[in-house]
Design a protein around this ligand. Sequence first.
Ligand SMILES: [Ca+2]
Length: 480
Amino acid sequence: MNKIIITLTALLALSCSQDKPTAKKETETKNTSKPNIIVVLTDDQGWADVGFNGATDIPTPNLDQMAGEGVIFSNGYVSHPYCSPSRAGLLTGRFQARFGHDCNMPYNTENDETVGTPLSEIMISEALKEQGYRTSAIGKWHVGDHPSLHPPKHGFDHWFGFPGGGMNYWGISKGPLQTIFRNGVKVPEEELNYLTDDFTNEAIDFISKKDDKPFFMYLAYNAPHGPDHAVEKYLEETKHIEYAGRSIYGAMVNAVDNGVGRIDSTLIANNLKDNTIVVFLSDNGGRGEHADNRPNRGYKGMLFEGGIKVPFFIRWPNKLEGNQVYTNMVSSLDLFPSFLEAAGVNPTSQKQLDGKSLWPYILNENNNKPHDLLFWRSVGGYEYAVRKGDFKIYKSATKEKTLLFNLKTDAYERHDIANENPELLAELEAEYKKWDAKNIAPGWLDPHIPNCIKGQKRWEADRKKATFKTANKNSHRSKR
Ligand SMILES: [Ca+2]
């Protein structure tokens, strides 16, 4: 057995709370036919906010079961620490800096067709459509506000969701970016109950349609991104969490888990489970409040591990054995070439792709690492990071320094070893420059830089406040 594949213990022999029909293998689609593909993307979910990564407070029984039936990535990264650019990378299979998609779309203006992932970029949906797939995008879009950049223009046959970066969970319309559309037509608000459930229902409808074609579904829940809205059914599941904010956040995660479980039951009921690839991941590290990124430092927006390392698994019963953890680093950019290969296309035929097909690695056919190096660039290099093996540099704007960490001995990135290792620092800086030479400047800017500066100032002020001595010091002492 490959030493980098570790068989999971009973930890992952987790039971599922749902009753599921037993799959009848003999009626399954033949192994040789093109697999269906579902990407479940969550929004701002922390690394440790799933049971399969150690959460003990938020119940995610369905995700845990499915992760246990596939391969969990313990060093799974996205290509950007926040929403829009990360999605642009995932959907195109390219470092989004290649086409200047370094920032979220500006919030305060009406954006035109020049702001977002341009149509000249090929998305997974388009490549799979060429291979005979029917394609669906459900949930949050956020890679192009303008109608000329919406999912139907990027190769999706079916679209149900909202164009912008966030929205209330009740489906109440507020301008064109926060309105639920189905194939470009506004969905009446009375048809919507709770978006997480609404997205699940739409996904089940799409999967259940009888069709000879295989399908590709990009199911991008906006949960557990703010605003913090939940319904009683899910709040009931997290009522043991005493910290109210996390109990609501946990309910939002539980709603996703419930949805994914219902989708899995649908796959089983339609004899599709064995030949359907299901990938689950978050679009970036957990949000600053209520999420848990431990054992990683930092959160969404930062290039510490907490901003870019995400809960991530892949399941394909026809090909992949379950109970595996793959520990080498992989990227969300690897999904596009992996899907192409699964659909029977040589992934190297698409020269623009930056990722690698993961099948040879996770099927134990190739014992090398998929990546020697991974790179991150935020807002045109305002911050950047490079990971090579166990080492990582992080040019942190807020810390005003390029930090160097050994992730093998210091998973939490507590000890900056840059000063003691100038040669290694210089080597990784040179790798960044070489990689960045192929990128272009950001096509537009967002408020990330002022937000980072504000966040750092608030952090410093809070810590300083903690040192203020109060006049009651002596009286407090005398009481003891
Ligand atoms: Ca996000």
